[in-house]
Design a protein. Structure first.
Length: 415
């Protein structure tokens, strides 16, 4: 036994025209024994696809008729032809009637040009919402996974593959870059023409602006390759204590003028108008030292104590490692197990202990050692584990022989 559900969609425009569309969904009683109750995702896709198709077709026809009327002479433009156009939306693909109107003969005498009105509102054959959603997912996860998420939850076409996701992500990124470029050029032109118009008040927090800027390196995919990609990350805000908010920006260009234009555009969002005390806080990198010289005056450059402390701590760790290697060199010479190894026994034992004691991967152990100033690859950690792991286990077993009691407490079991 089955139940047929009919959903009728009705729309009425301002002229009284009524548009109806019916959707039928068959639900059998046998599926209830499997716990399948209510509407499923596939049923929702079917309903939303039918609703979207009716709405898009009606709106496309209305806009095409609106663009056929000449705004100057209030006459109808001649018809060139009619074609079919597919518009991709978040709720499926809608196929609509796509007319092409000729230019008005009264406005443009002697000209035989044509234009498609639907191309004006949907040049990419996809709605901006679908483009933005695809680009957002493509920027947060791999393209194949983003395409799978879209296909699982939205009634998209099978042609929406990872290639489509990649192209849309790149296209949206290019448009955002062009928009930011126009805004930065506008900020540069306005900064050159601004003058101080307010009264000079000493200690006025409204005149204090702070730019906290730093660089981030993105390591290459090849393990043996050097770091070949660098980003500049900055926060622009007010300088008073307790000031909230601020504007952030990230740029892949390390040019002086590019960083300056992005900083001015971000400062404009927090109230900067070409005057005021600007303070640039950085870690003292060479590419960041040139930024304060390009900013409007007065601009002060200081180095934050956090980066100074981190650099001092790194040198202290390297100094301690050097003394440790000197002290352990005699031990290495006496113990043939560590002979021909560049690192002291304590470092090797600590790395092997981290790998076997905690659920860490080889790359995690590499990162933990790098945080302590020990630069070693994950392949070296693997070789250490294979060579010294059995020896350390035998040593521990030999030391604990005869010391174990007759009671054992089970803490955790993994099958």
């Amino acid at each position: 036994m089955a139940v047929e559900w009919t959903i009728t969609i009705e729309g009425k425009n301002e002229f009284g025209d009524v548009c109806r569309k019916a959707v039928r969904i068959d639900k059998s009683w046998e599926r209830l024994f499997d716990g399948d109750i209510g509407l499923s995702i596939e049923d929702g896709k079917t309903i939303m696809t039918a609703l979207q198709s009716a709405v898009v077709a009606h709106e496309a026809e209305t806009y095409s008729l609106f663009r056929r009327v000449c705004p100057d002479y209030h006459t109808f433009r001649p018809v060139k032809d009619y074609t079919a156009r597919q518009i991709r939306t978040v709720f499926g693909t809608a196929e609509v009637r796509n007319p092409r109107w000729m230019l008005c003969r009264d406005c443009c005498p002697g000209m035989d040009g044509t234009f498609a009105p639907l191309k004006e509102i949907c040049p990419d054959r996809a709605t901006p919402e679908l483009m933005e959603l695809t680009a957002r997912l493509g920027s947060m996860m791999p393209y194949r996974q983003a395409a799978k998420v879209l296909a699982d939850f939205l009634p998209v076409e099978p042609t929406e593959t990872y290639t489509t996701v990649r192209k849309r992500t790149i296209r949206i990124g290019e448009r955002l870059d062009d928009q930011i470029m126009r805004e930065t050029w506008k900020a540069r032109a306005q900064a050159d023409d601004r003058r101080q118009l307010a009264m000079q008040l000493p200690g006025d927090r409204r005149k204090e602006f702070v730019i906290s800027i730093d660089t981030a390196h993105v390591r290459s995919a090849e393990p043996n390759a050097a770091r070949n990609f660098e980003l500049v990350v900055a926060r622009c805000g007010r300088g008073g204590r307790g000031e909230l908010g601020g504007r952030y920006f990230v740029t892949g260009s390390t040019a002086q003028q590019a960083i300056r234009d992005r900083a001015l555009h971000a400062l404009e969002g927090v109230g900067y108008r070409g005057f005021g005390d600007v303070t640039v806080i950085s870690d003292g990198a060479e590419i960041l030292k040139r930024v304060p010289r390009a900013m409007p005056k007065p601009t002060t450059h200081i180095i934050d104590w956090f980066h100074i402390a981190m650099k001092i701590q790194r040198h202290r760790q390297l100094n301690g490692m050097w003394h440790l290697m000197c002290e352990c060199r005699a031990m290495t010479d006496r113990d043939p197990l560590y002979r021909r190894h560049r690192f002291p026994p304590e470092v090797i034992a600590h790395a092997v202990w981290l790998y076997f004691r905690f659920p860490l991967s080889l790359r995690m152990v590499e990162d933990l050692l790098a945080a302590r100033g020990i630069i070693v690859s994950h392949q070296t950690v693997r070789l250490w584990a294979e060579k010294f792991g059995r020896t350390f286990a035998n040593d521990i077993r030999r030391r604990s022989s005869g010391r174990l009691g007759d009671k054992w407490h089970l803490d955790e079991a993994v099958v």
